[in-house]
Design a protein around this ligand. Structure first.
Ligand SMILES: NC(=O)c1ccc[n+]([C@@H]2O[C@H](COP(=O)([O-])OP(=O)(O)OC[C@H]3O[C@@H](n4cnc5c(N)ncnc54)[C@H](OP(=O)(O)O)[C@@H]3O)[C@@H](O)[C@H]2O)c1
Length: 186
């Protein structure tokens, strides 16, 4: 059984991978940058414990092909960390449609399809978890970050996720206006 971390080649995903490995988890590291994944895998103990897989999750059927790759190696997934994501700053009507499509494919479709691919086996085993990394950008609907706002607020809570298993009452309050409308990387 392994923890699968999408977007493990940098940032939060890489930090998740390091933290999970430090807890003894065996990993599957997924992202597009082969060199960075290979470096991280070597640092964490090699493919036996941290298998690097180069994959563009924004491409159609990437979840199914990942599922097939893992099945062919006899690897099951006990924790799915849906972390890979992008967020482009700017007004939605000024963005090139293909850029918006790529963002939605990664931030929404891949999250749903990876969950669809790996959750059934977790349910069957009676164990497992799905962790979706999202963004505060889902809440304010700021004009300057409107594409990520909408993509993040549409990433659905997944049945079987930790949040779902231990429901908490959430208090929603009106978000404050952001002080800056400058470019953000997410
Ligand atoms: N940092 C923040 O302040 C912040 C705030 C809110 C939300 N978030 C969210 O947190 C997550 C991680 O963000 P981060 O700050 O750690 O960003 P990051 O350093 O840019 O990491 C993004 C990761 O996603 C991977 N990725 C991007 N496109 C991909 C694709 N098409 N297929 C597969 N992997 C892909 C990248 O790897 P490759 O380029 O190698 O593919 C990278 O490993 C994202 O979902 C982001 O939206 C971050």
């Amino acid at each position: 059984m392994r923890a699968l971390v999408s977007g493990a080649s940098s940032g939060i995903g890489e930090a998740f991978a390091r933290a999970l490995r430090a807890r003894g988890e065996r990993l599957v590291l997924v992202a597009r940058r082969t060199d960075r994944l290979a470096r991280l895998s070597a640092e964490l103990g090699g493919a036996d414990v941290a298998l690097p897989l180069t994959l563009d999750l924004a491409r159609a059927e990437s979840a199914e092909s990942l599922q097939r790759m893992l099945e062919s190696r006899g690897i099951g997934v006990s924790l799915l960390v849906n972390n890979a994501g992008v967020g482009y700053a700017g007004r939605v009507h000024e963005q090139p449609p293909e850029k918006l499509r790529a963002m939605l494919d990664l931030d929404v479709r891949a999250v749903v399809e990876l969950t669809r691919a790996f959750l059934p086996a977790m349910i069957e085993r009676g164990r497992g978890a799905v962790l979706n990394v999202v963004s505060m950008a889902a809440f304010p609907s700021a004009r300057a970050t409107s594409p990520p706002s909408s993509s993040r607020s549409r990433a659905p809570p997944t049945p079987g996720s930790a949040a779902r298993r231990r429901p908490r009452r959430r208090r929603w309050s009106r978000p404050r206006s952001p002080r800056s409308t400058g470019e953000r990387s997410w």
